[in-house]
Design a protein around this ligand. Structure first.
Ligand SMILES: Cc1ncc(C[n+]2csc(CCOP(=O)(O)OP(=O)(O)O)c2C)c(N)n1
Length: 377
């Protein structure tokens, strides 16, 4: 090995462990480290099973896979406390499993079944678990960013020490609603943390083609709003935890917002409909991430070096996650579809014209209004 290659290898090793000693990571027990690893593997196996089921024609609608980005959901959500909230976009399976939603309720939702987390009416893009402080799954690009601001505003208003983690893609940072949110977040000192999961593409459009100043990075836009920002290697779970923890403590204690840009990659196309993703990115680029920056392999390497994981344990975790995912497919298959009367329950519709209430839906989660019966056909 040449001196230069040796130096590069030594540097890479140093980078790998650079954040292992951060206080938040040093506190982790061996069991907790294994759980973080297992949780990432569970996301991957769940999605592989979902993809197979989709290909067998078991579900309709969209399916946006999170494979390649697992360390972001697990690294960040593992830091949440009782007053912290989460909201995300449509690539939401990883966050859902990270907050503790079960594979069964998530898989059943993909299958459109009544046992799904949104009773089969939301599908892949609309996972929800308010009881776990997980406010979804939003299909309008950037639509969750003002909502995340509102959730964090509510925390401040109620005097609670918490923050809202609001995830968005690199494509969403050019949305107007996001910039309005940034301005208010800073102006009113709101404890919202915007986490840009920069997987380099919005559908088939690379960042270089969609951002006017890509060299500056995406998080640095925070400076225009007098906000702090940081950039994070999305393949390294320890780095994610170390840097996001700092942001969360600031948000909780000083009620300041922040933008974090996590560099990551998605292995599959934008959605199941994007079978031609190799047309807008090279095979080499995909393989580079898979071979050198895969978040699960990177963390596995760290834990093996720390003596926390070994071959047998890795195999056990892998097969247990595979079994769990397979069982969730069986659960979804055997679950019923929503009954017809579900069609109009939990539907949000609001109008200023009372005459429309009876024929165009109901007001806010099944609340009956005094005039509802009057207008029944
Ligand atoms: C307001 C709006 N415009 C366009 C779309 C269509 N659309 C869906 S996803 C997407 C790309 C978003 O990419 P990014 O924010 O980078 O998220 P990623 O898919 O990388 O997670 C677009 C343009 C939409 N859903 N909403």
């Amino acid at each position: 090995m040449s001196t230069e290659t040796k130096d590069q290898a030594a540097q890479a090793k140093q980078d790998l462990f650079a954040h292992a000693k951060a206080p938040i990571n040093q506190k982790l027990t061996a069991e907790q480290k294994i759980k973080l690893y297992t949780d990432m593997v569970r996301i991957r196996k769940f999605e592989q099973a979902a993809l197979q089921s989709y290909q067998k024609g078991k579900m309709g609608g969209f399916l946006h896979l999170y494979i390649g980005q697992e360390a972001t959901a697990i690294g960040t959500i593992s830091l949440t406390e009782e007053n912290d909230h989460i909201i995300t976009a449509y690539r939401d399976h990883g966050h859902a499993l990270a907050v503790g939603m079960t594979m069964n309720e998530c898989m059943a939702e993909l299958f459109g079944k009544f046992t799904g987390c949104s009773k089969g009416k939301g599908g892949s893009m609309h996972y929800f678990a308010p009881e776990k402080r997980y406010w979804g799954g939003h299909g309008i690009v950037g639509g969750q960013t003002p909502l995340g601001l509102g959730i964090a505003y509510a925390l401040k208003y109620r005097g609670l020490k918490g923050c809202c983690l609001c995830y968005l893609g690199d494509g969403a940072i050019n949305q107007g609603a996001f910039h309005e949110s940034l301005n208010l977040a800073s102006l009113w000192s709101i404890p919202v943390i915007y986490i840009i999961e920069n997987n380099r593409y919005s559908m088939g459009t690379s960042q270089a083609r969609s951002s006017a100043y890509p060299e500056a990075g995406l998080a640095s836009r925070a400076e225009g709003y007098n906000m702090e920002w940081d950039r994070i290697d999305g393949s390294n779970l320890y780095e994610i935890r170390a840097k996001v923890h700092v942001a969360m403590e600031r948000a909780r204690n000083e009620s300041r917002p922040m933008i974090l840009e996590i560099d990551t990659y998605r292995y599959y196309g934008h959605s199941i409909a994007d079978a031609n993703h190799k047309k807008y990115r090279t095979k080499e680029e995909i393989e580079d991430y898979q071979n050198n920056k895969d978040p699960i392999s990177v963390y596995q390497q760290i834990l093996v070096a720390e003596g926390v994981l070994d071959e047998d344990k890795i195999k056990d975790i892998d097969s247990a996650a595979k079994e769990e995912a397979k069982a969730s497919v069986d659960f979804a298959e055997n679950s019923p579809y929503p009954p017809a009367q579900e069609l109009l329950t939990d539907v949000y519709w609001t109008t200023d014209n009372p005459g429309q209430h009876s024929n165009q839906g109901r007001m806010f989660f099944n609340d009956r209004l005094p005039w509802d019966d009057e207008y029944q056909a």
